[in-house]
Design a protein around this ligand. Structure first.
Ligand code: SAH
Length: 249
């Protein structure tokens, strides 16, 4: 007996689109995405493409036509509903561009619900291009087959972030000067959470005092070594996901 090859194949290209998906929809894909499908992935009529709209979930579509400018896809059926995203935010101080790009990519892969870029006194960068940031997150979501995109907050000053903090969300403050061991802290505070990580030069004393004084804040230590901001962010997310997030079967 010969096994029927699985359809859609695991290797099918994945794309997030801005249109709400439904069965039977003819969807023209243009620009970068058409280039990716046609020139990079070399898709041909009949091939499968996996689509996500960040609303309804994941769908399989068949390539109907590969044109010079556009690729026409025909949406067939939904393969997965949009995933439930754990209620976890990463509040990360802006870092030098390549490092913050890494944080955006890894936060997406690890399952973060929302990324809030934070501006602190020692931040070298104080701006973020939201379109670029979105592109990085979308590519990471496509690569790891997420069916939901993380939200992206506006770059927010630390004092503003603290002043407007939603009371019911615990703010785990990654403090390189010491705090609760992280596994203990995460076990003691289940539910909606965020991890706050500082920039290359850390938080200054006044900032540390303000964060520690905040009623939602719980200072956590990520081990005995001083980590780079990007490492602390990635480690913090991974630990939270493993202990309180969606990594459990
Ligand atoms: N102030 C330090 C470096 C800051 S590291 C210096 O200049 O020497 C950047 C950020 O990573 C910190 O603000 C903190 O949020 C986080 N971080 C690094 N190591 C950490 C640790 N061991 N525990 C908790 N947070 C840590």
């Amino acid at each position: 007996m010969s096994a029927t090859p699985a359809w859609p194949p695991k290797s099918a290209p994945r794309l997030f689109v801005e249109t709400r998906l439904e069965a039977g929809l003819h969807l023209p894909v243009e620009g970068q995405q058409a280039h990716y499908l046609g020139k990079v992935m070399r898709i041909a009529p009949g091939d499968a493409v996996m689509l996500c709209d960040d609303l309804t979930g994941e769908w399989v579509a068949r390539v109907a036509e590969v044109g010079k400018r556009a690729v026409i896809l025909e949406v067939e059926r939904r393969t997965r509903p949009r995933e439930d995203v754990p209620d976890f935010w990463l509040c990360a101080a802006l870092l030098k561009k390549p490092n913050f790009d890494l944080v955006l990519e890894k936060a997406t892969e690890l399952g973060t619900g929302r990324v809030v870029p934070v501006v602190t006194r020692r931040c070298v960068a104080d701006k973020l291009n939201p379109e670029r940031a979105r592109t990085i997150m979308i590519e990471a979501a496509e690569q790891c087959a997420r069916t939901a995109l993380p939200g992206l907050g506006e770059a927010t000053r630390l004092d503003h972030l603290l002043r407007n903090w939603p009371r019911e969300r615990v703010l785990f403050f990654a403090d390189e000067n010491g705090g609760m061991p992280v596994a203990e802290a995460f076990a003691a505070h289940k539910g909606a959470a965020a991890v706050l990580v500082g920039p290359e030069g850390g938080f200054d004393e006044a900032e540390r005092a303000a964060i520690r004084a905040h009623p939602a804040a719980v200072a956590i230590a990520l081990g005995p070594r001083i980590l780079r901001g990007e490492t602390a962010a990635i480690a913090g997310i991974a630990l939270w996901m493993g202990l309180n997030g969606d990594w459990k079967p």
